[in-house]
Design a protein around this ligand. Structure first.
Ligand code: TSJ
Length: 680
């Protein structure tokens, strides 16, 4: 889905129009004489048509994610102003008509005429592609920036209308664009403001002819993103208001502790090994071959918990999540491993004969946020979310190497606890290795599919579905009611193991878990291979009661920890069995929630007191009913599980599995904050 970002040097065509102004052709943009520009900075004026022609090139998708991407782009610009040191507060409002307003208290976008375009700075930013940075004076560089690093002009191009107000140097200015960025009101001074008042206000309405799938903004999605931005940019207050509901929803995020508070937030509800979050930071000036000076900044916050997982590292570059890691993470791993081993030897916590701790040993239970800011980031990897700049490796490793060692020397109690945790991990690793070997031998012995699995006959994974069903009786109904060609059924007995709380060696001995691993067939953990899975839909089917909720969460946690690509790839679903059945004139009608039941009663004009059956469990349905309501692809409803923010997912799972029951209840009542409803 990701498409490559266009080169910033664009071949110019004849007579390109943008806004309503004709651009002279065959001229390279003249750069300001007092600024040194490299080839990469040379930009050619270009209108907005390419954006409307191929929106996917600029925002990835025109589905819900792309719709939200527009907000991220605008907010990024305000965050840049904050990083430049001129803005402390950003407000985001979802308006009643699903337009979005973003305001900041920065300097205000420049209103002077930009020589190259003949337009005001504001109009230039909003009507010329790749105009970002053109009107910016020297000094701070743009470090923020969405996945594709495009700007206000892209948002404007994809909006049915867009209004900008700037308060600056005593004046209030305003301009308006319509139908994909045409200027309908040029920037004009419309009033006075006090000299202390300054800032930018942008309101845009996404164009429904572009966003054909949905124009509905998700409060939770925007809230989570803004909270993440507030964590990554400590000291900037970011608020969200949802004006679509009465009373309005409003939340505000301000973390003066920045990523330290991010780590605390992720770890809340877990038991900490070191009580304080350890924090390292530093910047380095790098001189490139051409003599260009770059300032690279990195900060790292870390805290160990009594968890057994090694995937608690959340890395970012320029506020963008680097899901595939990269040089900043490599530098961190290197320094972490070296420092903990050096410290452990120095403090005699590891004896001469003990082997070194591995990186995974050091990472067990660790929650860590790594945030780098780089003026010229290079992204690699399958999804272009892997930081590639090699100079970052040394910068991060030197920051962590020095400052972590210093912290440990000054905090010997925490230091000892961390080393003991890593030593425990090493012991567990060796035990797990043995358990795995035994498990492999066992598997070789049987090498067949689990006995309880009623497999489907098709061998085309794309067509095949695996129903994981709570209880043997529901399993029986599902086996008899299913489409034998494409639907397989694996019944589970009772509760499955909580993998969040169990050591790996126990996990591998658990029968139910072994059955699922065998049935799905893609392996686990780092050896998981999504191309080998035997079913492209894994459907969790549990009762609509407390036990069912719990089993569902345990299963999701298992998939999240052991087969994460299954969740990331959108292969996991939750079946939605009906809650009610109404018999009326010889036919059966089903309702999946209370609202539907009310609608149904009205539609059938049922008298009060007409009998309604409330299903207490799947077992109450016979095979035909189960097929008819829950398994038949023509009519069933399923929820597809998605995860787009790893830290958020981590938080959800640890909340869910933690001792505290409240988050679990809340999760269940909200029916999966990270799940999107699909009618399939
Ligand atoms: F994206 C956007 F353009 F729509 C947008 C920009 C949206 C929002 C909500 C804020 C902003 C924005 C831009 N806030 N603050 C600024 N600052 C500048 O553009 C700016 C101001 C002064 C100077 C200067 O050198 O004096 C330079 C810049 C880049």
């Amino acid at each position: 889905m990701e498409e490559e970002k266009k080169d910033s040097v664009v071949e110019k065509e004849d007579g390109i129009t943008y806004g309503q102004v004709e651009v002279p052709t065959n001229e390279r943009t003249i750069e300001k004489a007092d600024e040194l520009y490299t080839a990469e900075n040379i930009q050619v004026l270009q209108g907005l048509e390419p954006v409307r022609k191929r929106p996917g090139m600029y925002i990835g998708t025109t589905a819900s994610a792309g719709l939200h991407h527009l907000v991220w782009e605008i907010v990024d610009n305000a965050i840049d102003e904050a990083l430049a040191g001129y803005c402390t507060k950003i407000n985001v409002i979802i308006n009643k008509d699903e337009s979005i307003t973003v305001t900041d208290n920065g300097r205000g976008i420049p209103v002077d005429i930009v020589h190259d375009s003949g337009l005001s700075g504001v109009e230039t930013a909003f009507t010329i592609l790749h105009a970002g940075g053109k009107f910016g004076s020297g000094g701070g560089y743009k470090v923020s920036g969405g996945l594709h690093g495009v700007g206000a002009s892209v948002v404007n191009a994809l909006s049915s209308w867009c209004e900008v107000e700037v308060a600056k140097e005593g004046g209030l200015y305003r301009t308006r664009f319509e139908n994909g960025g045409n200027i309908v009101e040029h920037l004009e001074r419309i009033g006075d403001v006090s000299n202390e008042e300054h800032g930018t206000k942008v309101t845009f309405k996404p164009d429904p002819t572009i966003f054909t799938e949905t124009t509905h903004y998700q409060y939770e999605t925007i809230k989570n993103h803004l909270r993440q931005m507030a964590f990554l940019n400590g000291g900037v207050e970011i608020s969200i208001t949802d004006s679509r509901v009465e009373p309005n929803l409003q939340e505000s995020f301000l973390y003066n502790g920045g990523i330290r508070e991010y780590v605390s937030f992720i770890n809340s509800g877990k038991n900490a090994i070191n009580p304080d979050v350890i924090y390292c930071q530093g910047a380095e000036q790098v001189t490139l071959v051409g003599g260009e000076e770059l300032r690279i900044y990195a900060e790292i916050a870390m805290q160990w918990t009594d968890y057994y997982t090694t995937d608690g590292i959340y890395s970012f570059c320029n506020n963008i999540s680097t899901k595939e890691g990269g040089t900043h993470v490599e530098g961190f791993n290197l320094a972490l491993n070296r420092t903990l081993n050096d410290y452990a030897r120095k403090m005699k916590l590891l004896s001469e004969k003990d082997p070194n701790l591995t990186t995974d040993d050091c990472r067990e239970g660790l929650t860590c946020v790594i945030s780098a800011k780089h003026p010229n980031p290079q992204y690699e990897g399958q999804t272009k979310t892997k930081l590639g700049n090699s100079e970052v490796r040394k910068i991060v490793s030197s920051i962590v190497g020095t400052q972590l060692m210093q912290y440990l020397m000054e905090h010997p109690v925490a230091g000892k606890a961390i080393i003991e945790k890593a030593k425990l991990a090493a012991r567990g690793r060796i035990a797990a290795q043995k358990a795995r070997e035994t498990a492999r031998k066992d598997a070789l012995g049987i090498s067949s599919l689990p006995g309880k699995l009623a497999d489907c006959s098709s061998r085309d994974p794309e067509k095949c579905e695996l129903y994981i069903v709570e209880g043997n009786s529901a399993g029986g109904s599902a086996k008899n009611g299913r489409d034998r060609e494409t639907q397989a059924v694996l019944p589970l007995r009772g509760k499955i193991l909580n993998v969040e709380k169990a050591r790996e060696e126990h996990i591998f001995k658990n029968v139910e878990i072994g059955n699922m691993i065998q049935a799905i067939g893609g392996g686990i953990r780092e050896n998981f291979d999504a191309t080998k899975i035997r079913y492209h839909k894994i459907v969790i089917m549990t009762d609509a009661d407390v036990d069912g909720d719990h089993i569902r969460i345990l299963l999701l946690t298992f998939f999240y920890r052991f087969m994460r690509p299954l969740i990331e790839g959108g292969y996991v679903y939750i079946a939605q069995p009906p809650l009610y059945k109404v018999d009326y004139k010889g036919s059966a009608y089903y309702a999946y929630n209370d609202l539907e039941l009310e609608k149904l009663k009205r539609a059938l004009q049922l008298k009060d007191g007409h009998p309604v059956q409330r299903y207490k469990g799947l077992g109450e349905m016979n095979p035909e009913q189960l097929w008819e309501t829950t398994m038949n692809p023509e009519v069933r409803k399923m929820i597809r599980i998605t995860v787009d923010d790893a830290a958020q997912a981590e938080k959800i799972f640890s909340d869910l599995m933690g001792e505290d029951v409240l988050p679990r209840k809340q999760f269940i009542s909200e029916n999966a904050r990270f799940a999107e409803n699909l009618d399939i």
